[in-house]
Design a protein around this ligand. Sequence first.
Ligand SMILES: [Zn+2]
Length: 349
Amino acid sequence: MQSEFGNEEKERYSRQKSFFGIGEKGQKKLAAARVLILGCGGLGSAAASLLARAGIGYLKLVDRDFLDLSNLQRQILYEEHDVKEGLPKVIAAERRLREINSTIRIEPIITDVNRFNIEKLIADVDLVIDAVDNFETRFLLNEACVKQKRPWIYGAAVESYGLTMNIIPGKTACLRCIMDNIPQPGSTNTCETVGVLSPIVTIIASIQSAEAIKILTGNTKDINQNLLSIDLWQNSYQAIDVTKSKIQKNCPVCNNHEFDFLNGKRGSAYTAICGRNAVQILPFKELILDLPELTLKLSSLGSVKANEYLIRFEIEKYELSIFPDGRMIVKGTTDTGIARSLYSKYLGN
Ligand SMILES: [Zn+2]
């Protein structure tokens, strides 16, 4: 794609092409590369900005959520007017990324990642950046990536610490190799319970982006082989060797191809959302809601704001965001029972 800069376009990547690890050849590989950024919060928005600037030819952005004022502290793609417009994150991200680099393809997808859509989402990309906020989705992503042999880059940040690791199926340990099970709900810190410092988010996203560039340009001998753990407050920088994990264990995912999350043997339909005092509820079957009709119905019951992407409905002390695919995010509680009953009350079962 040509931008308005015409011949000056070759200048865009001049500093990157001068870098020994990339060059003209590497830049062409980046232009041909397809990357999925799963989650467009703190990690995802920083990685999307870096990878768009680096000239990744196609970026697929997936996120289920809309913007909130509390996002601006660390989610560097977004601005106050995006929050005022009530935009879904991927739509605001797409707009900003197009302003950064008009020569690449960007595809925003507003959806929750689940076992029904994960395989399709990763099928046409070369690499996945993990920028999700929960382990259940990560375990699902891990299984789908091992099954389809797609590299993915684990990333997580909370409080002042963060973790990242490259997972290249068949070559490195996978998430399940190093972690037996999803941490129990309530047993892990979340952005909501302990907060998060913005610099740890951008550091982890920067490492993920650098590793993505190495993998996509074929510099595989230079990729990081360790689980990196950084704590900016405690000044701790650790590289944990996980290269032996795969050999030591009989990994159910890598070795036995037991895809329990993909097959629906494990996993739930409710998710508490990190940092939001909110619960997301998924419909039990595929749905397409008539938003204008629903807006009309709900406006007699409480305050309703709607745009083409979602309805925001305030009732009692809760704020319900309803998406065309039948998902609902209930803000004002972390109690899945309350959220479930609000869902039944206003959307039915
Ligand atoms: Zn494994």
